[in-house]
Design a binder for this molecule. Structure first.
Ligand code: KMH
Ligand code: ZN
Length: 279
């Protein structure tokens, strides 16, 4: 498992998510214009990849094909960020629609390694769906980011790689999503346990802590040489009672924490190389 600190850090921003309502959080970027502006600000602050969920005209989560394609194109034209589309969608999205996300030809896609309770909901990722999505990503030449919400997901990644081989591009990048009510806790001991189960093929990993676990997970990941994901998909406050106003604030905080660990942010181009997107 790669746990020594590489000099550079890959910072992913997840600016929107699918589970927070615009009405509850007006600063959430939900229109294409807001998303593009957010992505540009976050790139300037030090992000190298953007994990994207989109919304419809009423700010509701959608997997609309035209909007997905337009979003990928707009982000490519306006930033140098690696564009990662969520295949997780919202807890209500059908599996068939989630597979079709790859039709929008993103650089990367999220790929969650198993079903998890998600607060009062269920985030459904049956094994046959995981296998189908993975094979589709290989066929379409999209680099997956394996999302690991629980220790069982880490073990399932080993099973997936044993059965179907390496992802397109030959690198294996995963992201620990910690502190979801129903998944593994967002604590240093949980991260250490999860790292101990990572398959040897893994070439890089990041972590994010949901809600109040955001800082413990960030500091634990830095101490173990990991990369970071931050953004309003995962946390809506900077401190108790202090709302996030702009995603770039979270990126700036991650860059500052990484600087203490003597690490500087990767550019989008450097992230492409690290993730196997450069031939
Ligand atoms: N919206 C969550 C239920 C992903 O993007 O791949 C799932 C999620 C994971 O956000
Ligand atoms: Zn997501």
């Amino acid at each position: 498992m790669p746990t020594t600190s590489p000099e550079k850090i890959l910072i992913t921003v997840a600016p929107t998510g699918a589970e927070t309502a615009k009405a509850d959080c007006p600063q959430l970027p939900t229109t294409l214009e807001e998303l593009v502006q957010t992505a540009q600000e976050c790139e300037a602050a030090g992000a190298a990849m953007v994990h994207v969920h989109i919304r419809d005209a009423d700010h509701r989560p959608t997997l609309d094909q035209v909007r997905l394609r337009d979003t990928v194109q707009a982000l490519r034209e306006s930033t140098g960020l690696v564009v990662q589309l969520s295949t997780g969608g919202s807890v209500r999205d059908p599996l068939e629609d989630r597979l079709k996300v790859l039709d929008a030809a993103p650089d990367s896609c999220s790929l969650t390694m198993g079903t998890t309770n998600f607060g009062d909901d269920v985030f459904s990722n049956p094994w046959p769906f995981v296998c189908e999505l993975y094979q589709l990503s290989q066929e379409r030449q999209v680099v997956p980011e394996f999302e690991l919400f629980d220790l069982g997901h880490v073990h399932a990644l080993r099973r997936l790689l044993d059965r179907y081989g390496l992802p397109y591009g030959g690198k294996v990048h995963c992201d620990f999503v910690m502190g979801v009510p129903g998944g593994m806790p967002g604590t240093a001991p949980a991260l250490v346990a999860a790292l101990g189960l990572l398959p040897g093929e893994v070439t890089s990993w990041s972590a994010t802590g949901i809600g109040r676990s955001t800082l413990p997970v960030m500091l634990a990941a830095l101490s173990m040489g990991g990369h970071l994901r931050v953004g309003m998909e995962d946390v809506l406050t900077l401190a108790k009672g202090v709302p996030v106003e702009r995603n770039a604030q979270l990126v700036e905080r991650a860059v500052a924490a990484a600087a203490v660990a003597q690490r500087s942010p990767m550019s989008g181009a450097e992230a492409r190389e690290a993730l196997g997107m450069v031939s």
